[in-house]
Design a protein around this ligand. Structure first.
Ligand code: SF4
Ligand code: SF4
Length: 441
């Protein structure tokens, strides 16, 4: 049985060099993937830069540190993501201009990344190439892959492992399967081109008595919704199943007049097929998958909020195999105890060994993994190599190059912060207070 190798470093940190950002670079270098690249190679660093007011997405310094590793090898990296379908009424990443504004607000821009930030499928999301899956896809036979990613020499996937409302979970397979698909690629993988539609029960809709009716009508990019005095009309022919109305109705109106139909077994496999299409734009060894299993929340980074994590941070897992690295994250998550004050507690999934997201979501969340095995994207057997932390002085000097106190010495000699101060009158308990709250030990 073929096993894929996974490189791992855990999430705990107590000393210098144990920063998650630095560990990521150490894994990348230790894995040897950088040796597959040549000076001048254009490398797409695919990550999720977060929806507006989401706070769970990967911190910019994590991505910047990997960009620096690529630049030190002479590569030409760019940080990238793609436009969304939409997915909900207030999503801020449907056009390149909006996506870049949100990315900038969330800390991702040319200045912070030290490389271009590119929306890979262009202004509207139509800049793509069509990839023929040559019969390998379980559900898709062709897919639209964002041009900047298809044309790059290599792809470094930098994914945040967490739960996801439609995909069950999100990590490497989804980061490329959905995140590297253009807007019409997303319509394809969500089933719109196969005829999937939201489930509508017009009898539940109170029409214009719903306080959200105007948003409901406006959020449809196809103009397919007409809210009536009582009830609603939806032109199913024009609907491209973008989820905007369904997410509004369920999350904000709390009505379930329009719902996504739960099609994870098919959706997960379509995501895996789409991921396969992305890998087919590259020669073997030109893609590498890094999953950061931290801030593991039940929902994804596409929403404008972030719940508390339901398990503790696990660490960084990396592999050439997107299926194995996702499966390892899921297994590790399930082995961990759940956290109180989280959905793990709410849904009774606190025990180590409990299948956390299966219990929280009420379904088997591994359809992407099954699809990835079925279409040959990867395997679920893996071995984990724990990467030792390099704590050498040379490595310290790379990340923390200056002992800045050296600079202070001559300045202190000229003007010490405590010079001329009667220090005896400071740092003493206030007169008359017999039990200071923080007595000196
Ligand atoms: S009717 Fe269809 S296209 Fe329009 S918002 Fe709803 S899901 Fe999207
Ligand atoms: S959000 Fe739901 S309840 Fe409100 S108008 Fe739309 S379909 Fe009707």
């Amino acid at each position: 049985m073929k096993e894929s190798k996974i490189w791992f470093m855990d999430a705990r940190a107590k000393r210098f060099l144990e920063s998650t950002a630095i560990k990521g670079r150490q894994i990348l270098e230790h894995s040897g993937w950088l040796d597959n690249l040549s000076a001048g190679d254009i490398v797409a660093v695919k990550t999720h830069m977060g929806e507006a007011y989401n706070v769970g997405y990967l911190r910019p310094i994590i991505v910047r540190t990997l960009v620096e590793a690529l630049k030190d090898r002479g590569c030409r990296p760019f940080v990238t993501d793609t436009t969304t379908m939409p997915y909900h009424p207030w999503i801020s990443r449907t056009l390149a201009i909006d996506h870049l504004e949100t990315a900038n607000k969330n800390g991702f821009n040319h200045g912070t990344m030290d490389c271009p930030v590119v929306i890979a499928d262009g202004w509207l999301g139509t800049d793509d190439v069509i990839v023929d899956l040559q019969g390998r896809g379980s559900y898709l036979n062709k897919q639209f892959v964002a041009r900047a990613i298809a044309d790059a020499d290599a792809v470094l996937s930098v994914a945040h492992f967490k739960g996801h409302p439609a995909g069950g979970y999100g990590a490497a397979i989804k980061n490329i399967g959905v995140g590297c698909a253009s807007k019409r690629g997303k319509m394809n993988l969500h089933g719109a081109l196969a005829g999937d539609k939201p489930v509508i029960d017009t009898s539940l809709c109170p029409g214009k008595d719903c306080q959200w009716w105007q948003v409901c009508q406006d959020c449809c990019p196809e103009g397919a919704i007409k809210v009536l005095e009582r009830g609603i009309e939806i032109d199913q022919e024009s609907c491209v199943y973008c989820f905007a109305c369904a997410n509004l109705c369920v999350n904000m109106a709390g009505v379930k007049g329009i719902q996504r139909f739960d099609h994870l077994p098919a959706l997960g496999r379509r995501i895996a097929d789409s991921a396969l299409a992305v890998t087919m734009t590259k020669d073997p060894g030109r893609m590498f998958f890094m999953n950061y299993a931290m801030d593991i929340t039940p929902c994804c980074d596409c929403y404008g909020w972030t719940d508390t994590p339901f398990v503790n941070g696990l660490g960084i897992l990396a592999s050439y195999d997107p299926v194995a690295v996702d499966k390892a994250c899921i297994d590790m998550m399930n082995k961990a105890p759940g956290l109180i004050n989280s959905e793990a507690e709410e849904y009774g999934a606190l025990d180590p060994g409990a299948k956390k997201l299966n219990i929280i979501k009420g379904k088997d969340i591994e359809a992407q993994v099954y699809g990835g095995v079925e279409n040959g994207l990867g395997v679920t057997d893996y071995t984990i190599e724990e990467v030792p932390l390099d704590r050498s002085q040379a490595t310290i000097a790379r990340y923390y190059p200056y002992v800045r106190a050296r600079k202070l010495k001559p300045m202190y000699a000229r003007s010490h912060p405590l010079a001329g101060i009667d220090t005896a009158s400071f740092g003493r308990p206030t007169e008359g207070v017999t039990t200071p709250r923080h007595p000196k030990k």
